[in-house]
Ligand binder design. Structure first.
Ligand code: ASN
Ligand code: ZN
Ligand code: CA
Length: 333
């Protein structure tokens, strides 16, 4: 009987109809991605421990686009894991979270009315709640990319999850999650510099975070100040999210994929962006070759400048943009 990799169809909640890589064993199909390290997607069915059950059925079309079908969240999570894998592979040459070709696994339908998603290094797995009314699973592309990127950070710089290094850890996940969202080029879940805009996290459709002006969320820092490291890591991340937006897109007003941004600078000077692709290369090189567990904002600046110099030279627009963007968020020498 046939055994092997198949291309199935996912009817997702957030990303429309997508291809999913699945595995067929005889008359059975599972959400097992044999093209990406064997990444599997499980249904916790509202439990909160163990793995639940591997998504498994006798046809290869998964979900119906709504929460009435339990496999819909599975389809979103499986798609998000695949796009995250492909983003890291094709953007940085990284093969999986540990760069060893081994996939992780995802668990959906965690708990009841659980409004969060999280990566766990100990199980090497990611978990998604269903949202406050169990109808808004946290399985969007940017959240998937955010959570998996916590695993990448753990396995590279190892940024401690407190103080300024914690803000850099969180920002790395927002930056790479945003990278995944743009990389996927999905016409339904389009690329933007917002975090969690698809998952109705505030009950009114507004995003969780804004990279162009982080303070729009009511708590995040737009720029560095002494004591910014005392904020929750999801707020001290604002400094780096803002840096990354400015480095990519520059300051001032801009519309990208129909979303309006207006990014201010703390020094009042303009920043000319170098594009997201180069900004991602600089961030990833700093994360994987310059930073350590205790890197703070000043050291993040030094590390990204070193990375930019190695990648693009020290006399070009890229190096200057890194200098200008850090100055624009009040991180200096
Ligand atoms: N979803 C949250 C995050 O990834 C979970 C946490 O607080 N670590 O940041
Ligand atoms: Zn996070
Ligand atoms: Ca987003």
């Amino acid at each position: 009987e046939f055994q092997g990799i198949r291309t199935g169809i996912g009817n997702t909640q957030y990303s429309g109809k997508v291809d999913l890589t699945t595995t067929q064993s005889g008359s059975n199909y599972t959400l097992t991605d044999g093209a990406r390290g064997g990444h599997k997607t499980y249904n916790l069915n509202h439990g909160s421990s163990g793995t639940g059950t591997l998504f498994s059925q006798t046809n290869d079309t998964w979900g119906n686009g709504t929460t009435s079908n339990a496999a819909t969240a599975g389809a979103d999570a499986h798609y998000g894991a695949a796009e995250t894998w492909d983003f890291y592979k094709n953007t940085f040459g990284r093969s999986g979270i540990k760069n060893n070709g081994v996939g992780a696994y995802s668990r959906v339908h965690y708990g009841n009315a659980y409004v969060n998603a999280f990566w766990d290094d100990s199980c090497f797995c990611m978990t998604y709640g269903d949202g406050s009314g169990n109808n808004d699973p946290l399985t969007s592309l940017d959240v998937a990319g955010h959570e998996m990127s916590h695993g990448v950070t753990s396995n590279t710089a190892g940024l401690e999850y407190s103080d300024e290094s914690g803000g850099l850890n969180e920002a790395t996940s927002d930056i790479m999650g945003t990278g995944v969202e743009f990389y996927a080029n999905n016409s339904t879940d389009v690329g933007d510099y917002l975090i969690g805009e698809k998952i109705n996290i505030n009950g009114d459709g507004t995003p969780l975070r804004y990279m162009d002006k982080p303070s729009k969320d009511g708590g995040s820092a737009d720029s560095w100040y002494s004591g910014v490291g005392n904020l929750d890591v999801h707020y001290s991340s604002g400094v780096a999210n803002h840096f990354f937006y400015l480095l990519s897109e520059g300051s001032g007003a801009k519309v990208i994929n129909g979303v309006s941004y207006n990014s201010p600078t703390s020094d009042g000077l303009p920043v000319t962006g170098i594009g997201r692709d180069k900004a991602l290369q600089i961030w990833y090189r700093a994360l994987t070759t310059k930073w350590t567990s205790t890197t703070d904002y000043a050291a993040a600046r030094t590390g990204t400048l070193a990375a930019a110099g190695e990648l693009y030279g020290t006399s070009g627009a890229e190096y200057k943009a890194v200098q200008d963007a850090w100055a624009a968020v009040n991180v200096g020498s």
